[in-house]
Design a binder for this molecule. Structure first.
Ligand code: ADP
Length: 226
């Protein structure tokens, strides 16, 4: 589904963020990428959503070489990828319902679909009661659950969660992992980055370990060795 072929990224200031990275992700995999801050995890995610271009090598999404896509094709690709970030990125003056409705409208969904799907997806993340709450009325864990609901509502093929638990306490972290696992069981590919040992232990599954821009381990069953 995704393939990184000897991808390197050297930023303008000459910092080497990725150094000859190669790996693949199969459909329906739950892949955790672990590494200390600065290891290159976010840069790798940015390549996948075409926010940054590789300095060398290629990134493929199915048969498409991401760095060769035109703007319109990039938008199409991004609609197949749901993203969740450490800082939630909710629109502050919109309720949970409106935050989710907004992306559905942008994806061309009808009002009827919005009316039926938004409550459903908020139930799925156990936030049915907070449908009319604004972000400032929600805890960090609740905000992240809205962000996850928003990422999955358009039924993308893959969910990319870049340090989604970075701002959360252990209990909320655990709940977010459980929700990502639930989404995975429903048939979505999940790619999760973290620097947190507890998260890796909780998730199990395949783990890529990054250090200084390189993949130093690729373990079938979760292990954290840093
Ligand atoms: P991680 O997500 O694992 O913390 P990053 O991908 O953010 O790692 O960063 C990898 C390396 O690339 C770090 O040394 C970081 O300082 C550098 N880096 C990241 N983004 C930029 C940028 N826009 N310009 C210059 N250097 C960057």
């Amino acid at each position: 589904m995704i393939y990184f072929d000897k991808v390197s990224k050297i930023y303008a200031d000459e910092s080497i963020a990725l150094d000859q990275v190669s790996f693949g992700v199969q459909p329906n995999e739950f892949l955790t990428i672990v590494g200390h801050s600065g290891a290159g995890k976010s840069t790798l995610i940015k390549m996948l959503i075409a926010e940054e271009r590789p300095s060398e090598g290629s990134v493929f999404f199915e048969s498409a070489n991401i760095n060769k896509l035109k703007k319109r094709e990039i938008n199409k690709l991004r609609r197949r990828i749901g993203t969740v970030f450490q800082d939630f990125r909710l629109i502050p003056n919109k309720t949970a319902y409106e935050n989710i409705a907004f992306v559905m409208e942008a994806a061309g969904r009808t009002d009827a679909e919005i009316h039926s799907d938004v409550p459903h997806v908020l139930e799925l993340v156990d936030l049915g009661k907070k449908i009319w709450s604004f972000p400032h009325e929600l805890s960090g864990g609740e905000k992240q659950r809205v962000a996850i609901a928003r990422a999955i509502v358009t039924q993308p093929d893959i969910i990319i969660a870049d340090e989604p638990t970075g701002n959360l306490d252990p209990i909320n972290t655990y709940e977010i992992i459980k929700i990502l696992q639930k989404i995975h069981k429903m048939g979505t590919t999940v790619l999760l980055t973290t620097h947190n040992k507890g998260v890796v232990d909780e998730v199990g599954g395949r783990v890529l370990t990054m250090e200084k821009g390189k993949i130093i381990r690729d373990d079938k069953a979760g292990k954290y060795v840093l």
